[in-house]
Ligand binder design. Structure first.
Ligand code: NAP
Length: 327
């Protein structure tokens, strides 16, 4: 069982939403959604938060967050998520668990469709986050959960004294590779170029780590095994030479894609599907605000997600006040 799933009871607020119509619904319980909830609750808005899985979002699966101000020794993603959800709960957060399957906009009103029920609201903050990109190579889907993972915090402990490959060269890949050295015998970082995208501080830590080694200018072609993963086939992109390397675990960190499908008809998106907003988090649809990793932005971090959430809540409040003054 993953740590994220095991943690769900701690992150589940006590107060279930009872009614169907709200002034504001926040979709997504990651840092952006929780910050929006805290600001909306403090402004006394009639608000409901809808989350499909675990409060805390992707951040709750991060082993250690070192760059969120206020925690000089860092904090685990799970602890930060618990603190944020406790703060929202203390303010009276009401929530609904469910997988939203459709969002419909009529004049001044949104319908949020979940299996078996429809909620309505005048303003909607969409903070559905992003999910890991897949490599789409043979073996990736087949061995998912049997050697292929997208969450080192969740699955790292299963790889005690094993050989692990981490794919990618960004902050996520390098930070999670460092985390995986706690368990693994060796961690190979497979990167398609010869320079890491990750920040220099973590890049240097990885380069100096005795358990980490690099496959530069290399891509993963295939994941091979019988019951579980046993090896990977790598291709050196300059020579096109392929090699088979023994590995029991493959952790993929090649970036994220936005969970933006649900509101596609209501917003403008960039070519990767990230949603365009203005600086008030407003979209092309009045009353629809977007916060966090699913929007177009320069830096996807917990600190920027909570800032988005705060701004979105403030903008939703102004929007709702405008509706009231129009009568
Ligand atoms: P990212 O920064 O987009 O990096 C993705 C990495 O995967 C890049 O090195 C990229 O190679 C590689 N890649 C992409 N597609 C690939 C493919 N098909 N095959 C092989 N390699 C591929 O993604 P991320 O690391 O998940 O980070 C996402 C955002 O969160 C970034 O803004 C990052 O800075 C931030 N973040 C920050 C922290 C922190 O500050 N502590 C921690 C985690 C994430 P190229 O370099 O060649 O493009």
């Amino acid at each position: 069982m993953s740590l994220a799933v095991a943690a769900k009871p701690q992150l589940k607020p006590a107060v279930q939403g009872q009614k169907k119509d709200y002034s504001l619904i926040i979709l997504g319980g990651g840092p952006a959604g929780l910050a929006a909830a805290i600001y909306a609750l403090r402004a006394k808005l009639d608000v409901l938060l809808v989350e499909k899985m675990v409060l805390g979002g992707q951040a709750s699966t991060t082993y250690h967050i070192d760059n969120y101000p206020g925690f000089p020794d860092g904090i685990s993603g799970l602890d930060l998520a618990v603190k944020m959800s406790e703060q929202a709960e203390k303010l009276g957060l009401k929530f609904d668990w469910g997988n939203v399957d459709k969002i419909v906009h009529h004049k001044n009103r949104f319908e949020v469709h979940l299996p078996g029920k429809t909620l309505t609201c005048q303003a909607l903050i969409f903070a559905a986050g992003a999910e890991p990109l897949k490599l789409n190579v043979p073996g990736e889907e087949e061995f998912r959960g049997r050697g292929v993972s997208y969450c080192a915090t969740c699955d790292g402990p299963f790889y005690q004294d094993k050989n692990i490959m981490v794919i990618g060269g960004g902050n996520s890949a390098v930070e999670e590779a460092l985390f995986l050295t706690r368990f693994a015998k060796k961690v190979g970082i497979v990167h398609r170029r010869d320079t890491l995208r990750a920040d220099k501080l973590v890049a240097d830590q990885a380069k100096n780590h005795p358990k980490i080694y690099f496959f530069w200018n290399s891509v993963l072609e295939k994941i091979v095994g019988s019951k579980n993963v046993e090896s990977v086939v790598l291709r050196e992109v300059k020579t096109n030479n392929t090699s088979s390397v023994p590995a029991e675990g493959v952790f993929v960190y090649i970036g994220t894609k936005p969970n933006s499908e649900l509101i596609k008809p209501l917003v403008k998106q960039d070519d990767r599907g990230f949603i365009m907003t203005d600086e008030k988090m407003a979209t092309a649809t009045p009353g629809l605000f977007v916060a966090g990793d699913c929007r177009v932005k320069a830096l996807r971090q917990v600190v920027t997600a909570v800032a988005d959430g705060a701004i979105a809540a403030q903008s939703a409040r102004e929007y709702l006040e405008g509706l009231t003054s129009q009568g």
